[in-house]
Design a protein around this ligand. Structure first.
Ligand SMILES: *[C@@H]1O[C@H](CO)[C@@H](O)[C@H](O)[C@H]1NC(C)=O
Ligand SMILES: *[C@@H]1O[C@H](CO)[C@@H](O)[C@H](O)[C@H]1NC(C)=O
Ligand SMILES: *[C@@H]1O[C@H](CO)[C@@H](O)[C@H](O)[C@H]1NC(C)=O
Ligand SMILES: *[C@@H]1O[C@H](CO)[C@@H](O)[C@H](O)[C@H]1NC(C)=O
Ligand SMILES: *[C@@H]1O[C@H](CO)[C@@H](O)[C@H](O)[C@H]1NC(C)=O
Length: 302
């Protein structure tokens, strides 16, 4: 049904938020099956897991595969962990998208000083707490969610320091509403991650055009390298990669490493321009044409 990614600094009330949310969901008419995936379900010790990059990466891997295994159309998965890395939230979003279910982020927005106090309090009460060094390191590396990112949106915000968090907190109720509301199949909510035929084929053509781009530019480079080797170091002028394309005219001989670098830059440029400008070329010939134009501009003799 849905994936809820909880995110926040260490000791910012995430587990409380997770429990409140699952209670609020249980209060709805449909009483969906809710599963909280957290670090303690894997018997992981906070100090050990976050002490070094490898174990932290492992932890993220373990949580991610558990999420992947658990997502379904019939349940709601709540991931209760720091989820502080932007790229990691992106990966979770991709899982939801692949499963065709709703997704949202619940952010516990608390000042660092307050989190630090709560960590201290836990230590005094003999509850699981973080070592000070690890705490600071985690705080420093935290990447705030930003609703402008597709994978951080919709974003629901809690302020556990300012308001007590429970199953009636406004952000929790809004979130419940978002993930449980019925969808009219005619006016499909755009926020729902349905892997419809349209998005699947868009994804396909995206991948396809990248593949085409890769192949086409390789071919152009191959032709240039071969022509240069034939010309024994003289600049290549009037090279026809194929009859319908503009010829390659270079003012000097260009080594393979430089060609490869230009190819990378070109692919990056076309990838970026596709966000705003025209879509990237989707057929091999126009990809080649664009790349040849680009090379001629970079090294043009004319
Ligand atoms: C982790 O989730 C389990 C349920 O899956 C719950 O019993 C446990 O209390 C949670 N741990 C924390 C620290 O919230
Ligand atoms: C859901 O609420 C019912 C009461 O309405 C309660 O009996 C049940 O234990 C609750 N389930 C969970 C998982 O909290
Ligand atoms: C982590 O380390 C701190 C002190 O360095 C300790 O007080 C705390 O109990 C440890 N937490 C866990 C879960 O072992
Ligand atoms: C939830 O917290 C609010 C304050 O934020 C409080 O007024 C309300 O009584 C609490 N509700 C429950 C069920 O504890
Ligand atoms: C490349 O050079 C050839 C011959 O010198 C010329 O006919 C052709 O127009 C040039 N092409 C470009 C794209 O500059």
């Amino acid at each position: 049904m849905a994936l809820v990614v909880i995110c926040g600094q260490p000791c910012s009330g995430k587990s409380k938020a997770a429990i409140s949310l699952s209670e609020a969901l249980n209060n709805t008419e449909s009483k969906p099956t809710v599963r909280i995936i957290n670090e303690t379900s894997f018997h992981l010790n906070r100090n050990q897991t976050y002490a070094e990059m490898t174990s932290e990466k492992n932890l993220r891997g373990v949580l991610r595969s558990e999420v992947d295994r658990s997502l379904s159309k019939d349940n709601i998965i709540i991931v209760d962990s720091l989820n502080s890395i932007k790229g990691y939230r992106y990966e979770l979003w991709c899982l939801a998208r692949a499963a065709g279910i709703r997704h949202c982020v619940l952010f516990c927005d608390v000042e660092e000083s307050q989190c630090r106090n709560w960590n201290q309090e836990r230590r005094e009460n003999n509850e699981p707490s973080y070592d000070d060094h690890i705490f600071l390191d985690l705080v420093r590396r935290f990447e705030r969610p930003d609703r402008k990112n597709r994978w951080d949106s919709p974003l629901f915000e809690l302020h556990p320091f300012k308001n007590e968090i429970n199953k009636t907190s406004p952000a929790i109720l809004d979130l419940v509403d978002y993930i449980t509301k019925k969808v009219d199949s005619k006016t499909k909510d755009v926020k729902i991650l349905q892997p419809t035929i349209a998005t699947q084929s868009a994804r396909f053509s995206e991948a396809n055009s990248l593949y085409e781009m890769d192949k086409a530019t390789q071919e152009v480079i191959g032709a240039i390298v071969a022509a240069q080797s034939l010309a024994m170091g003289a600049p290549v002028v009037g090279l026809a990669v194929s009859p319908d394309l503009p010829t390659v005219n270079l003012s000097r001989s260009v080594g393979l490493p430089e060609l490869r670098r230009l190819r990378k830059t070109f692919i990056k440029l076309t990838g970026q321009s596709s966000l705003s400008g025209p879509p990237p070329p989707s057929d091999a010939d126009s990809a080649k044409r664009m790349f040849i134009d680009y090379l001629n501009r970079e090294f043009g003799s004319g």
